[in-house]
Design a protein around this ligand. Structure first.
Ligand SMILES: Nc1ncnc2c1ncn2[C@@H]1O[C@H](COP(=O)(O)OP(=O)(O)O)[C@@H](O)[C@H]1O
Ligand SMILES: [Mg+2]
Length: 319
């Protein structure tokens, strides 16, 4: 549904987006990650036809965004950064207005508006002036605007930015649900969001694509991925170490003693071997040892993110 081919954007002499290529199919929610200033919003503006390309091509459902902009834009809903809206209009009139701009007529307008109001839970504020809405409601009005014409493609620029945890949760559920039927791009710098809603991830750094894969593939790049953690009570450090060394696949083990006297061991596999919590569980069972905690580490997105994106841009995040 979405295809970008070697897309470029320069502002003056600086290259904000540098030959970015990727595809999004129906049923995919693509997480678009990157530090501030990486080029996410710029890319999304080009996809939605708000910015001309400096190079490359963007195809939406078979239509070139620059050669057939009307056909391409009809297939898309766009939630821009900072969720703008006509602030002096009541919610209902605003949505009706957008529905008409989107080409809906007669009873189709009301049907579409009512559906969007229900989907985004806007019943309580339908007659309220947009300017007087809380940030959460304002966001949902803008989201409703983006999905009014039930587009097969959704481009959402930081859709949960500024929402409280409940609102974030609700927005994520909404995106996940819609992702089954649509092709969606969600930009975010919230890493937990990626795990919560995305089927695939791309990372852009200083305008360049530096990762394209599943959230699990991304996690697997974390040094924490695959480490086995074990916590036991009432054992001595050396006793535990000796026991764990019975594992043929064990590489290194580090053991820490907690304040309560419990021991926490972190195990790595030999370079050509696999180690899992299941193997350690078997060892513990056979020796008749109790344990309080045992799991295989999944890896940490923040770690991978820092490793993949460069220090320069990490500095920009801090500013
Ligand atoms: N209209 C513009 N004119 C000049 N520079 C811009 C413009 N829009 C964005 N940029 C620059 O392009 C880079 C990418 O910005 P942006 O796409 O907004 O990043 P992100 O959304 O990933 O935070 C930044 O360095 C930004 O300053
Ligand atoms: Mg942005």
């Amino acid at each position: 549904m979405i295809k970008t081919i070697e897309v470029q954007k320069s502002f003056g002499s600086s290259l904000a987006v540098d030959r970015v290529s990727f595809e999004v199919k129906k049923g995919e929610v693509l997480g678009f990650l990157g530090p501030n200033g990486a080029g996410k919003s710029t890319t999304m503006r080009m996809i939605t036809g708000f910015l001309p390309l400096s190079g490359g091509k963007i195809i939406i459902g078979g239509y070139d965004i620059e050669e057939q902009p009307l056909q391409a834009k009809r297939l898309m809903g766009y939630l821009p950064e900072n969720a703008p809206a006509y602030t002096d209009m009541p919610v209902l009139s605003f949505l009706q207005f957008i529905a008409k701009i989107r080409g809906l007529r007669g009873s189709d307008v009301d049907a579409a508006v009512e559906k969007a109001i229900a989907t985004c839970h806007l019943e309580k504020v339908r007659y309220q002036i947009i300017d007087t809405l809380s940030k959460g409601y304002l966001h949902r009005v803008c989201f409703a605007q983006a999905i009014l014409h039930d587009p097969p493609v959704l481009i959402l620029d930081e859709p949960t930015d500024g929402l409280d945890p409940n609102q974030k949760h609700e927005m994520r559920e909404l995106i996940k649900e819609m992702g089954k039927q649509k092709a969606i791009i969600v930009s975010t710098h919230i890493l937990e969001e990626v795990e919560a809603i995305c089927t695939r991830v791309i990372i852009i750094d200083q305008g360049k694509l530096v990762f394209n894969g599943s959230p699990d593939e991304l996690l697997a790049q974390s040094p924490q991925a695959g480490l086995v953690h074990l916590r036991v009570q009432g054992r001595k450090i050396e006793e535990l170490r000796t026991k764990l060394q019975e594992l043929p696949s064990l590489g290194n083990v580090s053991i820490n003693e907690g304040k309560d006297g419990s021991l926490t061991a972190t195990l790595t596999a030999k370079s050509d071997k696999k180690l899992s919590a299941a193997k350690v569980a078997k060892l513990m069972q056979e020796a008749n040892w109790d344990f309080d905690e045992l799991y295989t580490g999944k890896g940490r997105l923040d770690e991978v993110f820092r490793r993949i994106t460069s220090l320069d841009s990490a500095e920009e995040v801090k500013k």
